[in-house]
Design a protein. Structure first.
Length: 283
């Protein structure tokens, strides 16, 4: 565990001091090496992408897996360097689609919940939101070792986000705090394409059964705040955030399925930016 912490410390230290083209080359090289080794995470990534592209042949899936691993390593490259970006760069390297849906909902004063999958760089999206007038509150999975978790909390707080723990000390009040933020007109972002509790809602996802957390829908029903799915992808040096239609109020399972459908549309359009190296599908 100490080695893991040292690796992250080195990333946030050494990587930030290297020229960006050098870091990009290095991380792409590492991504390609990881794919060649065909570890458990790579095999799971390829399996998940096969569900997105069921008609793809082996060569196409191999190329897509390599591109997805490069995109995943780009997330880490940016994670190590984002704290040094100024506000102009954070905002200037974001493009949006249907942003008016988000702004109109936020201007109504009831708070907004944004649910999104593990696409591209959601930390960059959160930093952009805060610097354009909508500071983010969120929940984070507790990583091991604890020191790595604390580094991520500090990193996201430096980007302007309020981060509450999913499990462990403080987690018992997290939902109540999020509800309070929404009632005060706040902005909640929750990554919601993988259930971590084993109590999630079964959904149809790319024609297969997956389980996704009902938390975003439950918060929306509890507070009256609109729920807006968002998907992300990279476009050259830029991050593109696409906001989907507001989810209609109803049973939690139906609302969660609407989120899953929005996620699927964004992932299908840009599967190389879906960083899912864990099990999603139940069958």
């Amino acid at each position: 565990m100490a080695a893991v912490d040292l690796a992250f410390a080195a990333g946030w230290g050494t990587v930030r001091r290297l020229p960006e083209p050098v870091v990009t080359w290095l991380f792409n090289h590492v991504a390609d090496q990881v794919v060649r080794r065909q570890g458990n995470g790579v095999r799971r990534l390829r399996s998940n992408l096969a569900a997105v592209r069921p008609d793809a042949g082996d060569a196409e899936l191999d190329a897509l897996t390599r591109a997805a691993m490069r995109s995943y390593l780009r997330y880490w490259q940016e994670a190590f360097r984002l704290p040094d970006w100024n506000d102009a760069r954070i905002v200037g390297r974001v493009k949006t689609v249907n942003e008016k849906l988000l702004r109109d909902a936020h201007d109504a004063g009831r708070g907004v919940i944004c649910a999104l999958p593990h696409l591209a760089n959601y930390d960059h999206a959160g930093a952009w939101a805060g610097r354009t007038g909508m500071p983010v509150s969120t929940i984070a999975e507790r990583l091991r070792p604890e020191s790595v978790y604390e580094r991520f909390i500090a990193y996201r707080r430096k980007l302007g986000m309020e981060v509450l723990p999913l499990t462990g000390p403080g987690s018992e009040d997290a939902v109540a705090v999020l509800a309070e933020r929404l009632r005060a007109g706040g902005f909640i972002c929750l990554v919601a394409d993988r259930d971590l509790s084993e109590k999630g809602v079964p959904v149809d996802f790319f024609g297969r059964t997956a389980r996704m957390p009902a938390g975003p829908a439950a918060l929306s029903v509890r507070t009256g705040a609109p729920l807006i799915p968002a998907t992300l992808h990279y476009d050259g040096p830029d991050l593109v955030i696409t906001f989907h239609d507001v989810v209609e109020k109803g049973p939690l399972a139906t609302m969660t399925q609407q989120c899953a459908d929005a996620f699927a549309s964004g992932i299908a359009a840009h599967p190389q930016d879906w960083h899912m190296l864990q099990r999603v599908f139940l069958d």
